[in-house]
Design a protein around this ligand. Sequence first.
Ligand code: SF4
Length: 344
Amino acid sequence: MNGTNHKIHNILEVRNLKKYFPITRGIFSKVVNSVKAVDDISFNIRAGETLGLVGESGCGKTTAGRVIIRLDRPTDGNVYFEGGDVFKLRGEELMRFRKNVQIIFQDPYSSLNPRLSIGSIIAEGISAHGIARGKKKKAAVEDLLEKVGLSAGYYGRYPHEFSGGQRQRVAIARALSLNPRLVICDEPVSALDVSIQAQILNLLAKLKKDFNLSYMFITHNLSVVEHVSDRIATMYLGEIVELADTAEYYSNPLHPYTISLLSANMLPDPKNKKKAIILKGDVPSPIDPPSGCRFHTRCPVAEEICRIQCPVLEDKPSGHLVRCHLVSKNEPKPPVKFGVVKEI
Ligand code: SF4
């Protein structure tokens, strides 16, 4: 945020990002098709905000995170971090980007090297970036351990000595060791017991304030993302289909897919079971996505136009973006509501 003119400062800008994985065949590895994991997505993350990216498994949200952080190459599009073109960074600029943007993975069991003590794991980045050495480095690691709710005395212990929740705290300490600006949290609590999830979410919220962070929070779990996000985007088959402020997203969802996800989320209350919108079938293959609206094969209110014409992501009042022909027609009302029981 610019204090003088109140302009919104975007820490990350994603423009028309695509990631296709080629499918090859034969001894000459001829490309015969591609998995369209991420297909032309655009969004911003404002400085200090948490953007939730939500969708079923296989919708492309994790791939988007991996491409943004340069773990995978893009097929097309641009990503700008603090104005700099991420895919063109080289040398020192790339090092700075790698320091400023960190990722926390879903599985704290496989993301920590079992042969290294947790002190060494957290210190790796500090050494690689020449931030501190010797006693100062050890003190910095001990400080981080305490900041994530672990004892400084755990420095010499190994990952196998810790629970899943404690390992995720170590992974968070490692991500914070370089004092990043943006952290991509890829399903950071999905592998943890429900009782531990709230502790880690509270820790992430506290650290966001303490370290002045921005988060991109990737999850399939709408109850997790509600409490941590400022805005939420829904992804379906490689596309963003809805994006809104969190309060608006939950109180006035417009896209039938978001509405069905939210209605499924109400299931813990048995009375609500009747009201859930049950989507039939699995997410179609991203190799040959359905024509027109990609959601039309599962959408409870699809019309003829949905099979033929691709809806665009349109800006509704108050920055609410939605990709649906019928929302455009009935604006600003959603074409389907909670309480509609329908299978297709
Ligand atoms: Fe459903 Fe049609 Fe809207 Fe797609 S465009 S979400 S198929 S109503």
